[in-house]
Structure formats: structure tokens, C-alpha cells
Design a protein around this ligand. Structure first.
Ligand code: GLV
Ligand code: MG
Length: 314
């Protein structure tokens, strides 16, 4: 798995040059410069130019740089891809394809990217793909979509379009629909996407929370998908960033615990040559090591530093 950190993925409308410049100073793991739904039809062509300019001249150090192109039912997609990648392909990490409905659409993008990379001398396969799942058809086909290209890095939930697609009785994106009083109305969707993502070693990213003043609501929605195993969430406003970065990072306590498990298990298997050992009152084995590896990797990617060290028993 390409282990880029994506705890916070900031949406930046490509038509807004002020936001394109402001985004560079914000502490997000990923920025996606948008050509799709945050850009009005009449502004699409200027947005392409703004995005190219921002990629080429901006300082995006430390951030994963993504451009969201228009979806394949429009007339814009092929020009989005060709113009952006020909002009700024070496200043770009991934393209995001919205409203993916079946695997053929991802395969199309993969082939087009390969042609452009060959034509302009970029490493073939260097540009990754993020696929948004935001309709009933996309969700039903999610397993084949997740397998469609080695360029795929993440599946990304698009709750607004998804709610429209299934006629969910709510207009408040990210919140529970009124009348749904037990459980989580998004649980099935999130879990379904997570299974497909993990089956193919992809990351799983939760979508936007549109009530940007409601920070508690944002945190609640983020905790839910983080608890399942999601790797990050979209942020639409600077006030959501700190919360996303914290919620999708392991806690210091969990991170220390994971590093202790790895050290204790390493000592047990190499020095003592035993496969199951005690760490304090806890029995650990190979499965504990696998779980600890995930949390340790997320903690290291988030810049955590361990504060507890393993002492081999005397
Ligand atoms: C994002 O694209 C959404 O539809 O929620
Ligand atoms: Mg959408």
C-alpha cells in the first residue's frame, strides 16, 4: 500500500485563486484542487488554468497534491486530464475521478494517463487515482472498481451525491437523516467501501461534512468512520483541519502501546524464539503484531514520537 497520510483532505475550488493560494499554508495532509462540483459550468476552463498555475508555482511541500476532474458523463473530463497532466503532470500526485460507476471508467483513466506519461516522458504509473463512490451503482460495483487499476490509491465516499442517488430523506450532508433514530444510516456504505478498499490494499477516505460551523457534528461523524478504520476525511474549512488530523491519528497511548507490542514481539520471536508471549497482563502473538503494525505506521506518519520503551524481562 502506498502509505501517504490522508487524515485531512482539503477541497479547494479551482475557480477561486484566493483559496488556491491560501490552501498552501494550511496544515492538511492532502489538497485536492477541484474542477468538478465546486466550479460553475461557465468557469471550468479558467479553473483548469488556475489549477495548472497553482500546481506549477505554489509551495505544496508536505502535502499530497490531487486534482479532481469532472465526471465521465460530462464533456469536460478528457480535456481536464490532458491539459492538467501535460502541463503539470510532474507537480501532481493523483487525479480524483468523481462519480465512478464501474471499473471501465477507472481503466479509461489509467490508459489515458499511461499515454500522456509516455508522450511527455513521465514515469509510467507515477500518477495515482482516487475513485469517488457516490451512487448506488458505484457502491454495488465497488469491488470491481477497487480492482480496476494498480494506480488506485483510495476509495473516497461522496455523501452528497450518494444521498441524492439513493433518495435518502435528508438534505444535511454527513448527518443522520431525521427519523433514523437507532444506529448509523451510513454504516453499511462505509463498511462496504472499507471491505473493498482493504481487499485491494487501498486507503478509505470519508467525505465532507457541510455544516462547517458545527464542529461537534464534524467530530462525531469523523470518529465514526475513524473507529471503523477509515484513513481520513475531507475538510472544507480551516476550522475542520485540526479535528480531522487528531481524530484520524492514533492516540499517543495507542501509538506507544503499538510500538511496545512490536518491540516485545520482536524480542520474543528472535531472542526467546517464542510465538506467543506476555506483555504485562496481555497475551500477544502474530495477530497482535499485525494490528500493531497498522497503528504504528499511522502514528509514525502523523509524526508521533514514542514515549515508552520495551524492557526485556531480566
Ligand atoms: C462529494 O463529492 C459529495 O458528493 O459528497
Ligand atoms: Mg460529489
Amino acid at each position: 500500500m502506498r502509505m501517504r497520510s490522508r487524515r485531512s483532505c482539503l477541497a479547494v475550488p479551482g475557480s477561486n485563486t484566493r483559496f488556491l493560494s491560501k490552501a498552501q499554508g494550511l496544515p492538511v495532509d492532502e489538497v485536492f484542487l477541484d474542477l468538478e462540483d465546486s466550479v460553475a459550468p461557465g468557469a471550468k476552463e479558467q479553473a483548469r488554468k488556475n489549477v495548472i498555475e497553482a500546481l506549477l508555482t505554489g509551495d505544496w511541500t508536505g502535502k499530497t497534491r490531487v486534482v479532481r476532474v469532472n465526471d465521465l458523463s460530462t464533456a469536460w473530463t478528457y480535456r481536464d486530464v490532458i491539459e492538467i497532466v501535460e502541463a503539470a503532470g510532474d507537480a501532481l500526485d493523483c487525479l480524483m475521478l468523481p462519480k465512478v460507476e464501474d471499473a471501465v471508467q477507472v481503466a479509461w483513466l489509467d490508459m489515458l494517463l499511461t499515454q500522456i506519461e509516455k508522450a511527455i516522458g513521465l514515469p509510467v504509473g507515477g500518477i495515482g487515482i482516487e475513485a469517488q463512490i457516490e451512487s448506488a451503482r458505484g457502491l454495488v460495483n465497488v469491488d470491481t472498481i477497487a480492482a480496476a487499476s494498480p494506480r488506485l490509491e483510495t476509495l473516497v465516499f461522496g455523501p452528497a451525491d450518494f444521498m441524492a442517488s439513493i433518495n435518502m430523506r435528508s438534505l444535511v450532508v454527513g448527518q443522520q437523516p431525521p427519523g433514523y433514530t437507532e444506529g448509523d444510516a451510513y454504516h453499511y456504505v462505509l463498511m462496504r467501501m472499507l471491505m473493498a478498499a482493504r481487499m485491494h490494499d487501498l486507503q478509505a477516505i470519508d467525505g465532507p461534512y457541510l455544516q462547517i460551523k458545527d464542529l461537534d457534528g464534524f467530530a462525531k461523524a469523523a470518529h465514526r468512520s475513524a473507529a471503523l478504520g477509515f484513513d481520513g476525511k475531507w475538510v472544507l474549512h480551516p476550522t475542520q483541519i485540526e479535528s480531522a488530523n487528531a481524530i484520524y491519528s492514533p492516540t499517543q497511548e495507542d501509538y506507544d502501546h503499538a510500538e511496545l507490542i512490536l518491540s516485545a514481539y520482536e524480542h520474543a520471536t528472535t531472542v526467546d524464539r517464542r510465538g506467543a508471549v506476555m506483555l504485562g497482563d496481555e497475551m500477544i502473538d502474530e495477530a497482535s503484531r499485525k494490528m500493531a503494525l497498522v497503528i504504528a505506521a499511522k502514528g509514525r506518519a502523523a509524526g508521533l514520537v514514542r514515549t515508552k520503551f520495551f524492557q526485556p524481562p531480566a
